[in-house]
Design a protein around this ligand. Structure first.
Ligand code: TMP
Length: 208
C-alpha cells in the first residue's frame, strides 16, 4: 500500500473546494495516513505574506503579470519549504490549489495565455507536478452566488462575473489538456457524496 503522494484540489471560487478537501483530509487521517494539508497561495509564512499582497482589495493597481509572478513566487517557496520535504518524508500531501489555478485564473481569466503562464511556473516548480488533481466541477451559477454571499471579498472575489466565467472556461481547457492527471468530480451534489467520490478516486489512482 502506497502512503505518499502529491494530490491537489482545484475549482473556481465558490466550488466548495476548501470544505471538501478538509473533509477528505480528515477521513484520510482517520484511515491512518500521515497527511500534510496545505493551500496556495500560502501554506508557509513567506507565501502567506505574498498571499496578503496579492489578495488585498486595496491593491487595485496590480498589473496582471505581476499577479502571475507573485503566485509563482509564492508557489516556489511553498514547494521547497513544505511540499518537497513532506514528500521526501513519505507523507501524503493534499494541497488546496496549485499550478492549475494559475493556468485558469491568470492564463485564461486574466487573458495572459495558458502557455505563457505555464512557462513562468516551470521556473517555479521545476517539473514537480501533482500525481492527481481533483477538479470540483460546480454549476457556474451556484459558484457565483456563493462568492456574492461572502462577507469579506478579497481582490479576486471582487472581480466581475465575466472574469469568474472566464476562469471556469479556463479550467475546462486545463482539464482537457491534462486529462491523464485531472479527474473531474460533479460538485453539484451533497457534500457527503462528493467527499466519497474524492476518496474513492484518491485510493484508486494514488494509494491502492
Ligand atoms: P482561495 O480563495 O482558494 O484561497 O484562493 C485565493 C484566490 O486566489 C482565488 O480567487 C483563486 C486565486 N488564485 C489565482 O488566481 N491563481 C493561483 O495560482 C492561485 C493559487 C489562486
Amino acid at each position: 500500500m502506497k502512503k505518499t503522494g502529491f494530490i491537489t484540489f482545484e475549482g473556481p471560487d465558490g466550488s466548495g473546494k476548501t470544505t471538501i478537501s478538509r473533509k477528505v483530509v480528515e477521513a484520510l487521517k482517520n484511515e491512518g495516513y500521515d497527511v500534510v494539508y496545505t493551500r496556495e497561495p500560502g501554506g508557509i509564512e513567506i507565501a502567506e505574506e505574498i498571499r496578503n499582497v496579492i489578495l488585498d482589495p486595496k491593491n487595485t493597481k496590480m498589473d496582471i503579470r505581476t499577479e502571475a509572478l507573485l503566485y509563482a513566487a509564492s508557489r516556489r517557496q511553498h514547494l521547497v519549504e513544505k511540499i518537497l520535504p513532506a514528500l521526501e518524508a513519505q507523507k501524503l500531501v493534499i494541497c488546496d490549489r496549485f499550478v492549475d489555478s494559475s493556468l485558469a485564473y491568470q492564463g485564461v481569466g486574466r487573458g495572459i495565455g495558458i502557455d505563457e503562464v505555464f512557462q513562468i511556473n516551470q521556473f517555479a516548480i521545476d517539473d514537480h507536478m501533482p500525481e492527481l488533481t481533483l477538479y470540483l466541477d460546480v454549476n457556474a451559477q451556484t459558484g457565483l452566488s456563493r462568492i456574492t454571499s461572502r462577507k469579506f471579498k478579497d481582490r479576486l472575489d471582487q472581480e466581475d462575473i465575466s472574469f469568474h466565467l472566464e476562469v471556469v472556461k479556463g479550467y475546462e481547457q486545463v482539464v482537457e489538456r491534462f486529462k491523464d492527471r485531472i479527474v473531474k468530480i460533479d460538485a453539484n451534489r451533497s457534500i457527503a457524496a462528493i467527499v466519497q467520490e474524492a476518496l474513492k478516486t484518491i485510493h484508486e489512482r494514488v494509494l491502492d
